[in-house]
Design a protein around this ligand. Structure first.
Ligand code: FAD
Ligand code: DLZ
Ligand code: SF4
Length: 509
C-alpha cells in the first residue's frame, strides 16, 4: 500500500502524486496543522481559504472513489505538524512508500527529504509539480551561463513552448510585449465592475468560525471573505474576470484608486497558487477572449505575460537560488519594519489605503505591493527579512516560492539586481500620477523638504544619495544621478535634513 500526502496548495485532481496511486488500494492523507498555519502569522482569510478549500477538495476526492484520511485542525494540539499526522496514520495503516508532489517552500521541502524518511521510517518519492509550464530543471538550464536573468527573454521562450499568442514562430500582432500601450492612470471611466460575490456553504461557515475562534490574533479580518474555495467557484471567478474586466486590464494595470480595492485585476492568484485553477487554462481563456474580440491584444498579452512570464520566472529564480537567496541584503539595510505595517495606522493616505485593502481583503494588487508599501520599505532601508515576513503573512496568495523573489528581489533589490536590472524606487510623483491617493493626504506631494512634505520625496533622494556607490554606474539610473548632481548644495542639505527627520520618526508618519 502507498500513501500520498496532498498539501494545502495542491488541490487539483491532476496533482502528480495521484498518478502513482491506485484508487481502492492506496490512501491519501490531508492535514490541517498548526505548524503550517502558524509558521508565520498568516492573515485570517488565508487560513480560512486553505482549510476550506482543503475540506472541499477532500470531498471531491472521496466522491471520485479515493480513500482519504483527513485530519481536521485540532485546537487542543496546535503544535501538530504534517509528519505527526502521517506518523499516527502509518501506525495503523502501514505503507511501503510516501509520495508527495514537490512542495512550494524550501523550508518544508528540506524537512521532507531530510528528516521525514527517518522519522516516518518509509521511503519518500517526490513527484514533479506538473502545474508549472517550466520545470525546475528546464529553468536551471535556461539560466546556465547567463550573466543576468531577464524575464522578457524567458517569457518569449514560454510563449514558444505553450504556443500562446503565437502565429507559427512569431508573436501575434508582430510584438512580444505591448506594455507601452498600458499603464494609464484611471479617471473613473469605465466603471469598475464589482467582484462576483460567492455564497458560503456549511464547510466554509464551519471553517470561518474555527478561524475566528482559533486565529483571532492573526492579522486581518474575515468580514469581507470572498475567495473561491472550490474549483467551480474559481472557474466562475475566472469567467467573470474574462467577461467583465480583462478588456481594461492592460490600460489600468498600474492604476490605483482610494475607493477601488481591486480595479480591473483578476484576483486569480489565490486559486492558481492553491491548485483550483491551472496557469494554462487561465491563459487559454484569455487568449480565447481576444480571438472572440472580447478583449484587445494589449490587455490579453499583458495578462498572459504576468502568468507564463513573471509567475514562472519568479518560481524558477526561487528554486535556482534557495536557500542562500533568503539571506541576501545587498543594500545592508538594518532598520525595523515600522509598526504601521501591522496596525495599518498612518497619515500617509497611499499607505493607509493599501493597508486597508490588505487587512480587509488579504489582497493588494501588484502596483500597491510594489510601488507603495514595497517602495516605502525600500526607500526607508528596512531589513529585507522583516519585509518578506510581512508579505508572506498578509496576502491570501502568499507562498514562499512566489512571495520571496518578488519581495526580496523585485522590491528590496536585496539580491543586487539578479532579478531586476534597477531598483523600483520612486518618489511621491509616481504615486500621484497613478492614483488619487494624494488628494486624500495630509502630506504635500509637490514638496520635499517642508514639515508636511510627502515622506516619499525626501526618502527617495536619500536613497539615491546613500546608494550612489551601488547605482551611479547603472545606465538605467544615469539620468537620476545627473539630476541629483545638478542640485544645489542647499537643496541637498534640506533634503538630507527632512529625510533624517522622517527616518527618525517613521512610526509617527
Ligand atoms: P493580476 O494582476 O490579475 O495578474 C494575473 C496573475 O499573474 C496573478 O494572479 C499572478 O498569478 C500572476 N502574477 C502577476 N504578477 C506576478 C509576479 N510579479 N509574480 C508572480 N506572479 C505574478 N503573487 C503571488 O501570487 N503570491 C505572492 O505571495 C506575491 N507576493 C508579492 C509580493 C510583492 C512585494 C510583490 C511586488 C508582488 C507579489 N506578488 C505575489 C505578485 C502580484 O502582486 C500578485 O500575483 C497579484 O497582485 C495577484 O493579484 P491578481 O490575481 O489580481 O493579479
Ligand atoms: C499555508 C498553509 C496553511 C495555512 N495551512 C496548511 C495546512 O494546514 N496544511 C497543509 O497541508 N498546508 C497548509 N498550508 C500550505 C503549506 O504551508 C505550504 O505553504 C505549502 O504546502 C508549500 O508548498
Ligand atoms: Fe502618499 Fe505622498 Fe501622496 Fe501622501 S502625498 S498619498 S504620502 S505619495
Amino acid at each position: 500500500m502507498k500513501v500520498a500526502l496532498i498539501l494545502g496548495d495542491q488541490l487539483t485532481t491532476d496533482v502528480s502524486s495521484l498518478q502513482h496511486l491506485e484508487k481502492h488500494r492506496d490512501w491519501i492523507v490531508m492535514a490541517e496543522v498548526g505548524t503550517e498555519a502558524r509558521y508565520v502569522a498568516h492573515h485570517q482569510q488565508k487560513i480560512a481559504l486553505i482549510f476550506s478549500a482543503m475540506r472541499h477538495f477532500a470531498a471531491v476526492l472521496r466522491n471520485n472513489g479515493w480513500q482519504v484520511h483527513y485530519h481536521h485542525y485540532d485546537p487542543t494540539r496546535p503544535q501538530l505538524g504534517l509528519h505527526d499526522v502521517l506518523l499516527a496514520f502509518l501506525a495503523h495503516t502501514p505503507a511501503s512508500q510516501l509520495i508527495v508532489t514537490e512542495c512550494g517552500e524550501h523550508r518544508l521541502h528540506q524537512q521532507m527529504i531530510e528528516a521525514w524518511p527517518v522519522q516516518l521510517g518509509i521511503p519518500i518519492t517526490i513527484a514533479d509539480d506538473s502545474r508549472f509550464i517550466c520545470t525546475k530543471a528546464e529553468f536551471a538550464q535556461w539560466a546556465q551561463g547567463r550573466k543576468q536573468l531577464r524575464m522578457e527573454y524567458f517569457y518569449r521562450d514560454m510563449r514558444r513552448k505553450t504556443g500562446l499568442l503565437m502565429e507559427a514562430d512569431q508573436p501575434v500582432g508582430g510584438q512580444w510585449n505591448f506594455d507601452s500601450s498600458n499603464r494609464e492612470p484611471y479617471r473613473g471611466d469605465p466603471v469598475v465592475p464589482i467582484q462576483m460575490p460567492f455564497t458560503r456553504d456549511d464547510i466554509d461557515n464551519e471553517v470561518l468560525s474555527l478561524v475566528a475562534r482559533e486565529f483571532a490574533s492573526h492579522p486581518g479580518t474575515l468580514t469581507h471573505f470572498n475567495w473561491p474555495t472550490t474549483r467551480e467557484q474559481a472557474l466562475q471567478a475566472l469567467d467573470s474576470f474574462i467577461n467583465t474586466r480583462l478588456r481594461w486590464y492592460g490600460d489600468y494595470q498600474d492604476a490605483m484608486q482610494q475607493s477601488q480595492h481591486f480595479m480591473f485585476h483578476s484576483l486569480i492568484s489565490t486559486s492558481l497558487n492553491c491548485g483550483l485553477l491551472t496557469a494554462v487554462e487561465v491563459c487559454q481563456a484569455a487568449q480565447q477572449a481576444w480571438q472572440d474580440n472580447k478583449a484587445p491584444l494589449n490587455a490579453v498579452e499583458g495578462f498572459i505575460r504576468q502568468i507564463i512570464g513573471w509567475r514562472e520566472f519568479i518560481r524558477g529564480i526561487y528554486w535556482l537560488t534557495m536557500p542562500g537567496y533568503a539571506a541576501k541584503n545587498f543594500l545592508n539595510n538594518s532598520r525595523d519594519l515600522p509598526d504601521f505595517y501591522w496596525t495599518g495606522e498612518t497619515r500617509m493616505a497611499c499607505m493607509k489605503a493599501c493597508f486597508k485593502n490588505t487587512f480587509d481583503h488579504a489582497y493588494a494588487h501588484h502596483i500597491q505591493r510594489l510601488m507603495v508599501t514595497g517602495n516605502f520599505a525600500l526607500l526607508a532601508g528596512i531589513t529585507p527579512s522583516q519585509v518578506c515576513d510581512w508579505y508572506l503573512a498578509v496576502y491570501a496568495d502568499a507562498y514562499d516560492w512566489v512571495e520571496l523573489p518578488n519581495t526580496l528581489g523585485m522590491v528590496m533589490h536585496a539580491d543586487g539586481g539578479f532579478l531586476a536590472s534597477k531598483p523600483y524606487a520612486a518618489s511621491g510623483s509616481y504615486i500621484h500620477k497613478m492614483s488619487d491617493y494624494c488628494r486624500h493626504c495630509e502630506y504635500q506631494v509637490k514638496t520635499a523638504t517642508d514639515h508636511n512634505s510627502c515622506p516619499f520625496n525626501s526618502l527617495y533622494w536619500d536613497f539615491v544619495s546613500r546608494h550612489a556607490d551601488q547605482f551611479r554606474k547603472n545606465p538605467r539610473m544615469a539620468m537620476i544621478y545627473r539630476s541629483y548632481e545638478r542640485m544645489s548644495d542647499d537643496k541637498k542639505q534640506a533634503l538630507q535634513a527632512r529625510s533624517a527627520y522622517v527616518l527618525e520618526h517613521l512610526n509617527e508618519l
